[in-house]
Design a protein around this ligand. Structure first.
Ligand SMILES: Cc1cc2nc3c(=O)[nH]c(=O)nc-3n(C[C@H](O)[C@H](O)[C@H](O)COP(=O)(O)O)c2cc1C
Length: 140
């Protein structure tokens, strides 16, 4: 089955409570391990930016579940492509919190220094997550 990568961004919905992030991560790690999905989730308490990689079927099934989740809205796919190699293979779902989404790093990959993933290109969003990889603990 072809290896693929999907990147999307979304915004928290009215239903979302900040404590939900823990259950989202716990559930993601559990499901992703089972489905051989790896990836990264950035969250600044308002916007999500997530990359998932795995088999084409697993990536699509996971994305369909994510699309149906009422804890977020304004879901916008930034990139989908078949790939040769995983970049986030160490994480069932690595987490990048607000403290890592600094003004200088946002400026490097966006047209301003705020975390505004709905205005980012797919390649910029991908490069941002690659740059942040070093800060994510390897042990989950
Ligand atoms: C921002 C966000 C990211 C999520 N990421 C994942 C993910 O990587 N993998 C996953 O299985 N579910 C993820 N979820 C949860 C799904 O939307 C859904 O609740 C879950 O997959 C349902 O799993 P279940 O059918 O085993 O109960 C995410 C939800 C949100 C809001």
């Amino acid at each position: 089955m072809y290896l693929s990568r999907l990147i999307y961004t979304s915004k928290i919905s009215e239903e979302f409570e900040q404590s939900d992030i823990k259950s989202i991560l716990d559930k993601s790690k559990k499901n992703n391990k089972k489905n051989h999905i790896t990836g990264m989730l950035c969250f600044n308490r308002k916007y999500f930016l997530q990359c998932i990689e795995g088999s084409r079927q697993a990536v699509n099934e996971t994305y369909q579940r994510i699309l149906n989740d009422t804890r977020h809205t304004n879901i916008l796919m930034l990139e989908y492509q078949e790939i040769y190699v995983r970049e986030f293979d160490c994480w069932t779902m690595g987490y990048i919190p607000e403290t890592r989404l600094t003004n200088p790093i946002n400026l490097k990959y966006s047209d301003n220094d705020l975390f505004t993933p709905h205005d980012m290109s797919g390649p910029s969003a991908y490069q941002l997550m690659l740059a942040l990889k070093d800060y994510v603990p390897l042990i989950e």
